[in-house]
Design a protein around this ligand. Sequence first.
Ligand SMILES: N[C@@H](CCC(=O)N[C@@H](CS)C(=O)NCC(=O)O)C(=O)O
Length: 206
Amino acid sequence: MELYHWPMSHNARKARALARHLGVEVEEIALSMQDKDHKADSFLAINPMGQVPAIKDGDYSVWEANAVLIYLAAQSPNDLLGQSAQEWGHITQWMTWQSVELSPVVVPLHVENYFKRVRGLDADAAKRDAALAKLRVLLKVLDDALVGKDHLVGGRLTVADFAVAGDFTHAKNANFPFSDFPNVARWLAGIEALPAWADTTPPTLG
Ligand SMILES: N[C@@H](CCC(=O)N[C@@H](CS)C(=O)NCC(=O)O)C(=O)O
């Protein structure tokens, strides 16, 4: 199967990391955003949204990073997808929270605190401060959920950890305030210690 990505993409990174962690055989295909490969008809036939990650497996394709994680995890027997109704509920809860609540806050912070800085552009202070205030609210929710825990669900690694940690791929470069959220920092350090996570670290810009 083919996994389409872009080396800087935090959404694709979590899929690349999970495939490597589980030993799922994928051909990683790096698209060039600069060349607009993701808007070419050949790629839009795989993901009509023109976004990475996306998987093509024979005649089948799947996109949206969290759906890609589920497809990858289902390729082999493992317990990363949960083992009970309660675990399935919580895994879906955190994956939905990442996509609906966290991602819309993280992306503007990447732009204002990181991508503009490396291009020598000034951050829009109002946008940055609004996103940072929302991020703090979300990090408090995550921090409280991680008190005394190294993983989000079931006391072991699941796709929920990959789903949420992906959004912190550029956290250091974008100055996320982790020092105020020690449980998040501890949990993230555990994910970052996975060889598959380290192997998929995007290059640092600037
Ligand atoms: N909700 C999607 C978002 C995917 C997404 O925005 N990917 C970015 C890279 S991190 C992308 O492909 N951007 C190009 C574009 O939107 O045109 C997911 O979780 O997969």
